[in-house]
Design a protein around this ligand. Structure first.
Ligand code: DAH
Length: 339
């Protein structure tokens, strides 16, 4: 056994170990340089065949060579593990300055915002908020509200009647329709609750209107009703003028002009002075005693006022929106302006 040959084997092996570029390659090299069939192992097995005088020296040299190779492999393994770990950290690094796929933030629709605003104003002065059905009986939409069978709003040119399985059997007050106003909730609410009543009712209403800049066959209203033992027209004016200031601003001026609605007597329209003109903002009046009778209230015991306003109209005036169709076309360039 030539000691120089052993030194050469070791040198070559050390070079290969140092050159291993990853753990898998190192493991292959490990087997090849110190495994059972490696040159050095073969040399060790050959020691027995040597001349006894040389065995000791050769044995020591070979053992020393194997030990240094194993150490070198171990050292290289540790280094490769650290390198692999660092590489992983480097690849996993998060660049917090990169833009990410942000979801656009949503918002309530302006009509929802407006309804909430109005309801909040009334809630703050003690009103409850209630909602009613969109599919309604003619009784609640018309009869209970003192609207005679001949009233023009009942014609099909204004009201959308709904066919039902028992349509044949339905007539007059029993007919089904899409409510043309939120007013039917006045009757429904009073039927269920004894006085006093202070309630506002936001909701969707339907008419056979043709779609244009100021009309839509579907729109929204907010109804209001106050019934108590001694409510006067002064309460009506005070409440609604207060509402107008809260909604449009402290400087808002209001005016009440006579009008007609079947379910109130007297009836009025409230106008608001806005951008240099008087604009009709809502209908109102003192609840007609016939309505109290229809719902089982005693007209001798209670008085009240009612009002109804169009939500689209309120929003259009407040935000200078010229075309009602903007509310329904869902163009984000429009809707996004009202966050
Ligand atoms: N319901 C009426 C409409 O749609 C609005 C209205 C007027 C409601 C007077 C009322 C009221 O409660 O008292 O035109």
């Amino acid at each position: 056994m030539d000691l120089r040959r052993i030194a050469r084997i070791v040198d070559t092996a050390l070079e290969r170990i140092a050159g291993a570029s990853d753990l898998a390659e190192l493991s292959v090299i490990d087997t090849e340089v110190v495994g059972r069939r490696s040159q050095i192992s073969v040399a060790r097995r050959g020691i027995g065949a040597l001349d006894p005088s040389r065995r000791k020296e050769a044995g020591r040299a070979i053992n020393q060579a194997i030990r240094s190779l194993k150490e070198a492999i171990e050292q290289r393994r540790v280094n490769l593990e650290i390198e692999a770990e660092n590489l992983l950290l480097e690849q996993d690094r998060v660049d917090v300055t990169l833009p990410y796929g942000r979801l656009p933030r949503g918002t309530h629709h302006l009509l929802t915002v407006t309804m909430n605003e109005v309801c909040d104003i009334f809630r703050c002065i003690g009103y409850q908020v209630a909602e009613g059905p969109e599919l309604e009986l003619a009784w609640y939409n018309f009869d209970a509200l003192n609207t005679p069978p001949t009233h023009p709003s009942r014609f099909e040119s204004d009201t959308m009647y709904v066919e039902s399985a028992d349509a044949e059997a339905r007539s007059g007050a029993d007919e089904l329709l899409l409510r043309t106003q939120t007013s039917p909730m006045q009757a429904r609410f009073m039927e269920k609750h004894p006085p006093p009543v202070y309630v506002v009712v936001p909701g969707r209403v339907f008419r056979t209107d043709t779609w244009d800049a100021t009309h839509s066959p579907v729109f929204h209203q907010i109804e209001g009703l106050a019934v108590d033992s001694d409510i006067t027209f002064g309460d009506l004016k005070g409440t609604l003028a207060y509402f107008a200031k809260e909604f449009f601003g402290e400087q808002t001026r209001t005016r009440f002009v006579p009008h007609f609605f079947p379910f109130t007597e007297p009836s009025a329209e409230m106008l608001v002075w806005f951008n240099g003109e008087w604009l009709e903002m809502l209908g109102c009046g003192m609840v007609d005693p016939n309505v109290f009778e229809a719902v089982g209230y005693d007209p001798a015991e209670v008085t009240g006022f009612a009002f109804g306003m169009g939500v689209e109209r309120l929003a259009m005036v407040k935000h200078s929106i010229r075309d009602i169709r903007h509310f329904y076309e869902n163009d984000l360039r429009v809707l996004g302006q009202f966050r």
